[in-house]
Design a protein around this ligand. Structure first.
Ligand code: AMP
Ligand code: GLY
Length: 428
């Protein structure tokens, strides 16, 4: 069958790369794609946040039998509803279910109502009331813009002064736009042995009845080594997560994954797609830091290369609500992805820098994110540019291979973290 993938980052390149291996998939389209994706799929220049325009394009291409919606914003805008309403087959939750990511206050209220472990919180839409609350509270405190903010709408404030400034930024200056109309003010979760706590990303497949976790992975959200610098979309990932034991996985299944599926059904918002649980290990057990309604970026870049089962088969089983009938298998070993970003990211950066790529080891996967072709030459076109992904028997081995291959890639201003795959003693 012919498949359309929505999105244009490293995550979408990983999805397209995995689907290209499926005997079920003939031709792929990608809206909008990037220079790497263009080698596997025909790129389509339509704004995927214009849900009507996407619907019109799919209607006009009857050869497209299935659409995979990867990014958060078209899901939150109801692209799945639009396409299903026009009779098309889709992978991705509908608008009502995508609220679990699109509104942090919705997600927090859901967790409170169904007893799913998470940080204590209050929600405010009034600046003065929010201010009075932080003035009477403990520090550090966590401020979160309610809506989608490219992973940047979370502020951890050590002092009252920082919290006052943060509230002003979110609620008055609207630094994250309408996402800041409401703010969630959260208790700062302490880690079990470290501060802040150990974090893990557990992406799952679910059809609203069955939920199957993928391999657990660890993201690096800060821009600089040692988790310093600003929050980014993610600077690198590795799998497996060293502290994620079978015992913890069982606890997460019982206390978080199954109750979340149940809660969404009970609310009349059955969730079908990838449910991403960002979790923290605390002295009281595993707690939810955030839900996403989609594959993570760059988690997908280390998880999908380890998938042995046909991804297209899994997508179809979810659409048809028969996930329970499928056996999902994973490779043994480890995978590491290091993101190469433009100088200045996540703040201001320049685009259009020529990229030079030498001969990489055969088993290294180079995922494209912000890349484009200009007069045939490969150039940068975004903040996160490439993801260098390597496998190994251990995280240490995979990490070594990823960094050795990075030495063969160059563009002006290229920046990357040199410590991906070390934390939680993964790389030793
Ligand atoms: P989020 O975008 O919600 O995943 O938050 C970004 C990052 O902020 C997380 O990965 C955590 O490192 C941190 N964070 C968010 N909420 C809390 C919390 N309640 N306590 C401690 N750290 C947090
Ligand atoms: N890597 C974090 C995210 O995709 O939200």
């Amino acid at each position: 069958m012919n498949v359309l993938v929505i999105g244009n980052g490293g995550r979408e390149h990983a999805i397209v790369h995995a689907l290209a291996k499926s005997p079920l998939v003939d031709k792929m389209y990608c809206m909008k794609g990037n220079a790497g994706i263009a080698e596997l799929a025909e790129c389509v220049d339509v704004d995927y946040c214009d849900v009507k325009a996407v619907g019109d394009w799919v209607d006009a291409h009857p050869d497209v039998e299935y659409t995979v919606i990867a990014p958060d914003d078209p899901l939150a805008l109801g692209l799945a509803d639009e396409l299903e309403g026009r009779g098309h087959r889709v992978f991705g939750p509908n608008k009502a279910a995508a609220q679990i990511e699109a509104s942090k206050s919705f997600a927090k209220q859901l967790m409170k109502k169904y007893g799913i472990p998470t940080a204590a919180y209050e929600v405010f839409d009034d600046y003065d009331k929010a201010l009075a609350y932080v003035r009477g509270g403990k520090f550090p405190v966590v401020l979160k813009a309610d809506g989608l903010a490219l992973g940047k709408g979370v502020l951890i404030c050590e002092t009252l002064e920082e919290a006052e400034q943060g509230l002003r930024q979110i609620m008055l200056d609207k630094a994250f736009g309408a996402a800041g109309n409401k703010v969630v003010i959260e208790e700062f979760l302490q880690g079990k042995e470290f501060t802040p706590g150990e974090e893990v990303s557990v992406l799952t497949f679910t059809d609203g009845k069955t939920i199957v976790p993928m391999l657990a992975s660890c993201d690096h959200k800060r821009a600089l080594d040692g988790d310093k610098g600003l929050n980014t979309g993610g600077m690198g990932t590795f799998t497996p997560c060293p502290f994620y034991s079978q015992e913890i996985a069982d606890e997460v299944m019982q206390n978080i994954l199954l109750p979340t599926v149940h809660a969404m059904n009970a609310e009349g918002r059955p969730f079908k797609g990838v449910l991403y649980c960002g979790l923290m290990r605390t002295p009281e057990g595993m707690k939810v830091v955030e839900y996403n309604a989609r594959f993570g970026d760059p988690e997908t870049q280390v998880v999908l290369p380890m998938l042995k089962t046909d991804l297209m088969e899994i997508f179809q089983a979810i659409t048809d609500e028969r996930l329970a009938d499928i056996n999902i298998e994973w490779e043994q070993g480890a995978c590491v992805c290091v993101v190469l970003a433009s100088g200045g990211y996540p703040q201001k950066y320049e685009k259009g820098k020529p990229i030079e790529i030498g001969a990489l080891d055969e088993d290294v996967i180079l995922y494209h994110a912000g890349t484009a072709r200009k007069d045939g030459a490969l150039v940068t076109s975004g903040g996160r540019v490439l993801g260098v992904c390597a496998k190994g028997d251990t995280v240490a081995e995979a990490r070594k291979k990823a960094y050795a291959n990075i030495q063969k890639i160059k563009f002006e201003g290229m920046q990357y973290r040199s410590d991906i795959g070390i934390k939680y003693n993964a790389g030793v």
